[in-house]
Design a protein. Structure first.
Length: 396
């Protein structure tokens, strides 16, 4: 039996201010961060009975610490949702939050859900060290601890060595391929900070950022209002002695959470609200792992084709800024894209990149920007470690 696909609406989207590593949110467990955005999201739609939520999808890239045991389910319980509301945690590394949104949308499209919540969470500050089990009992030597904050750990030696280079070295490889200079990367980073600071000053985030309980953070913590090419030029390269990638032109380590409310036509009536945007299409692609930063290139093209749209139709485009070099490499592959529509309110270099939350953050940002514009087409896309790209097209 063939079922007609249902329309999918994004009713609302919220996120926490993004905290810096060891900063204002470092004292908050990731499951509590996730529960907080769930509570805030549902409080903004009081007409919706939480028991009508068919599923909660949350992205998380780590899963090794306090967010273990299915953080989506834990967050639902902590948020006070009825125990009958299930939850599923998904992992597509840096795009986990967007993967959660797409899985929720897919469940609604095929009729498996009428109301769903999707989001993501990460506490990079609280990511634990892990100790592998020894290969034999009672080892006499010292054992090695691995940090789970970011990147490769306990690498399988059967993988090709070029696939497992550090993420920053992957950004250097992209800079080499496209001839992207240190000055270009620093200029891109400065623009990210300037746009983010201006957006906050003008109140553009007031409608989507919600406070974290018992924390006084009122703005994304890693935005630097006084960033300049001069201040960035003094930073040393991190991954190569003569390289171009620095802490100033890369996204920082962060903590944060985001959540979106998705519904079908029947669910929309139950909310009593006008939706922000409509989910139109998505796509995922994969490339050589060391060039992971170029993952969005084909994913974006494929998603736009599926939506019957082109670059010229875009009102806004949230491209996750893992590294300036990576973002500039992607932009070089999209000559028909107007750079002015990309990250108009700042990107991850300034705002931050709490891995599992970032995809949900940018999907929500696109939805809010489309609502503010009144109409248009928006796109959210991320590169993904180990060589993937994910993109989502929204419309209003």
């Amino acid at each position: 039996m063939t079922r007609q696909l249902r329309d999918i609406y994004i009713v609302d989207a919220v996120r926490t201010p993004v905290g810096k590593y060891a900063g204002a949110l470092s004292g908050v467990r990731p499951d509590d961060l996730a529960a907080g955005v769930l509570r805030s999201l549902l409080a903004r739609t009081p007409d919706l009975d939480p028991a009508r939520i068919d599923d909660v999808f949350f992205g998380n890239a780590n899963g090794a610490g306090e967010e273990n045991r299915n953080v989506a389910r834990m967050a639902g319980l902590l948020a006070g949702l009825p125990v009958t509301v299930p939850g599923s945690t998904v992992n597509r590394l840096c795009a986990s939050g967007l993967e959660a949104v797409i899985q929720a949308a897919r469940a609604i499209a095929v009729g498996d859900a009428s109301v769903a919540v999707a989001g993501g969470v990460e506490s990079m500050s609280r990511a634990p060290w892990v100790l592998p089990k020894p290969s034999r009992a009672f080892p006499a030597g010292n054992q090695e601890l691995f940090s789970t904050t970011i990147g490769w750990r306990m690498v399988n030696k059967r993988l090709e060595p070029q696939w497992t280079v550090p993420l920053g070295e992957g950004a250097e490889l992209i800079a080499d391929r496209y001839g992207i200079t240190r000055e270009q990367q620093d200029a891109f980073a400065v623009a990210s900070h300037e746009k983010a600071a201006r957006a906050w000053k003008n109140g553009l985030y007031d409608g989507e950022v919600v406070p974290v309980e018992d924390v006084g953070l009122t703005r994304d913590e890693t935005i630097r209002d006084n960033t300049s090419p001069q201040s960035l030029s003094g930073l040393k390269p991190v991954f190569r002695p003569d390289g171009t990638v620095t802490a100033g032109n890369a996204s920082p380590l962060n903590d944060g959470a985001a959540a979106l409310l998705l519904v079908d036509e029947e669910g929309l009536k139950a909310t009593g609200r006008e939706p922000l945007a409509l989910v139109r299409a998505s796509a995922v692609t994969a490339i050589e792992p060391q060039y992971f930063g170029l993952g969005p290139v084909e994913a974006v093209r494929k998603a736009l084709t599926r939506a019957g749209r082109g670059f010229g139709d875009l009102t806004t485009f949230e491209l996750n800024e893992a590294f300036a070099a990576q973002s500039l490499g992607c932009l070089a592959e999209w000559p028909d894209l107007d750079p002015a529509v990309v990250n108009p309110r700042g990107g991850a270099i300034a705002i931050g990149h709490p891995l599992g939350a970032s995809g949900a953050r940018i999907a929500g940002a696109v939805a809010h920007q489309l609502a503010a514009a009144g109409s248009g087409t928006g796109l959210a896309a991320l590169c993904i470690g180990v060589g993937q790209g994910l993109a989502l097209v929204l419309e209003r």
